[in-house]
Write a protein of this length. Structure first.
Length: 371
């Protein structure tokens, strides 16, 4: 049986308390659906989702044991929710996750991403029971010198833009807490396993964020406008949202089985040669949608004032493969086809998500929200 098979993973989470920060976001909404189907008791903590975003479309609140809509930086409220819950698992996804937004609101980006991460780890220190913790950062944590090579976990951390810098700082904070308070050799005392996962450039159905390429393509096509590409030759390790989420859950099961072995940082992404440019992704999306066009706006007056973005980004996933036996399920091209297919398909959002979850995890899953 594949380790990413639903029937392999589900027993680890059934009837377990899973505390998820950022559960109302795009990745959080998909994760909420997966965990609900596994029979987990989900305790979500996040800012409110924007109206008509995926979490609302799937009635995510009804999948949660408790859904709290508060700021991750509210120490007292987070302590009340997380510590009182005494979860078996913590998955920290809450973040300001947009590069361009980080230029507009750098202080909020640093506060949410760095201070927020430290707060979550400090609350984990207060837990009395054993707990498995997955801290989600990004593939943009590395000092990118545009050397056109895939990053290793041992490469130097850094960041040009405030978002990337804030996430690199997160990795330093996580490592500091791991060494200072959650050292694997002292597991019998603290009973916490802490891993960080570096994944990004996630695509999938139900993403409506501003200034992300797939939502931008869909909005342009739906309003009969040309898709504007500000950096068409930028190369990224595109992956479907279910890819990293499945990897996070697999890693969590490994940490349960061997709690002192996996407390490290891991790259999670497609194979390093499975990368496509923004222009290639756009062409494929237009092909799936059956209509649309795009234009290169790099030299336009509007684009001239745009902020710096890396030209090439790829991850080396060897360490995670060797540690867990994980392999990517869908290629970048398959991920693009599935993503735009979701938006083309008719039906309710939760049903469309369930069908893709079933396909990805190779299992027939009950269509209800109950385990």
């Amino acid at each position: 049986m594949s380790q990413l098979n639903f029937n392999y993973l589900a027993p680890y989470f059934k009837d377990k308390k899973v505390f998820v920060t950022g559960h109302t976001g795009f990745k959080g909404a998909w994760l909420t659906q997966i965990l609900a189907r596994m029979g987990a008791k989900i305790y979500g903590y996040s800012l409110d989702s924007e109206q008509d975003h995926l979490f609302d479309l799937i009635d995510g609140d009804f999948m949660c044991e408790r859904s709290t809509l508060e700021d991750i930086n509210d120490v007292e409220y987070l302590e009340e929710c997380l510590v009182d819950c005494e979860p078996d698992f913590v998955l920290h996804l809450a973040a300001q996750s947009l590069v361009l937004e980080s230029y507009e609101n750098p202080l909020k980006t640093f506060e949410t991403n760095t201070y927020g991460t430290a707060i979550v780890l400090e609350m984990v220190r207060k837990l009395k029971n054993p707990c498995t913790v997955i801290m989600v950062t990004t593939d943009k944590v590395y000092e990118n010198l545009e050397e056109n090579r895939a990053f290793l976990e041992s490469d130097q951390l850094g960041g040009f833009d405030p978002y990337s810098a804030s996430k690199a700082a997160c990795e330093i904070i996580i490592d500091s807490y791991r060494k200072s308070f959650f050292a694997p050799e002292n597991y019998d005392e603290h009973k916490k396993s802490i891993a960080s996962v570096r994944a990004g450039n996630v695509i999938g159905g139900g993403d409506y964020a501003e200034n992300r390429i797939v939502p931008d393509i869909i909005r342009a096509i739906n309003t009969n406008k040309e898709v504007e590409l500000r950096n068409p030759q930028a190369t990224r390790p595109w992956q479907h949202v279910l890819e990293p989420l499945g990897a996070y859950l697999l890693l969590a099961t490994k940490m349960v089985d061997e709690p002192t072995k996996f407390s490290e940082a891991y790259n999670i992404g497609p194979d390093k040669d499975d990368v496509l440019t923004v222009e290639e992704l756009t062409k494929m999306g237009i092909n799936v949608m059956g209509k649309g066009s795009y234009k290169d706006v790099r030299k336009s007056p509007e684009a001239s004032g745009k902020r710096h973005e890396a030209n090439f980004l790829a991850l080396d996933n060897t360490k995670f493969k060797e540690a867990t036996g994980w392999l990517p399920t869908w290629t970048a091209k398959e991920a693009i086809k599935v993503t735009f297919g979701w938006h083309m398909a008719k039906g309710d959002a939760d049903v469309k998500c369930l069908l893709q979850i079933q396909e990805f995890f190779s299992a027939k899953i009950d269509g209800s929200n109950e385990s």
